[in-house]
Design a protein around this ligand. Structure first.
Ligand SMILES: Nc1ncnc2c1ncn2[C@@H]1O[C@H](COP(=O)(O)OP(=O)(O)OP(=O)(O)O)[C@@H](O)[C@H]1O
Ligand SMILES: [Mg+2]
Length: 154
């Protein structure tokens, strides 16, 4: 199942993220795909906000993975600089009780359990289109999240 959300400002992308952080069930894996500067990290900051994480979330480019604790646990992975041949990263266990966000997941061979795929496309200076893709066989887990996201879908 697939649908699109439209974000005409950075604040809307943050709000969409906040809704994901609030309503995504644990555990949950989200892959974020999109060109440089489309808003992957911005969306992740919103997700952290929705999970009640107070600390600033920045791209973990140099450490690959950062973990934050709020109402739920956030595992934030940025695989941009990852060697694709590395398939055991050592933090897979951390994902079992967390919301995991992976930027540049195409750079990893990690086996992901039922990921929600989010592709962000640039559509003008401040306009972004977020395409969500859910696996049909497990979509029942995401009923509430999908319902909440419809406010940005038209
Ligand atoms: N609607 C929008 N949603 C998100 N960001 C927006 C939007 N409009 C403008 N921006 C700007 O686009 C930039 C997005 O940067 P961000 O770091 O989130 O992107 P990224 O996809 O993580 O980039 P990178 O691939 O370099 O990690 C920010 O400067 C932000 O202010
Ligand atoms: Mg980023």
């Amino acid at each position: 199942m697939q649908f699109q959300c439209y974000a005409s400002t950075k604040e809307i992308t943050l709000s969409i993220g906040q809704t994901i952080g609030q309503f995504a069930p644990v555990p949950c894996v989200l892959t974020l795909t999109g060109n440089l500067g489309t808003g992957k990290t911005t969306l992740t900051k919103g997700i952290a906000r929705g999970m009640g994480i107070q600390t600033t979330v920045n791209s973990p480019t140099f450490n690959i993975c950062k973990i934050y604790h709020g109402d739920k646990k956030l595992v934030h992975i940025d695989a941009y600089r990852l060697d694709p041949s590395i398939d055991e990263l050592g933090f897979e266990e951390e994902m079992d009780d967390a919301i995991t966000v992976i930027e540049w997941s195409e750079n990893t061979d990690m086996i992901l359990n039922d990921p929600i795929s989010i592709t962000i496309d640039y559509d003008g200076e401040n306009q972004r289109i977020l395409t969500f893709e859910f696996n049909d066989s497990t979509i029942f887990r995401y009923d509430r999240l999908i319902q909440e996201l419809q406010q940005w879908s038209h």
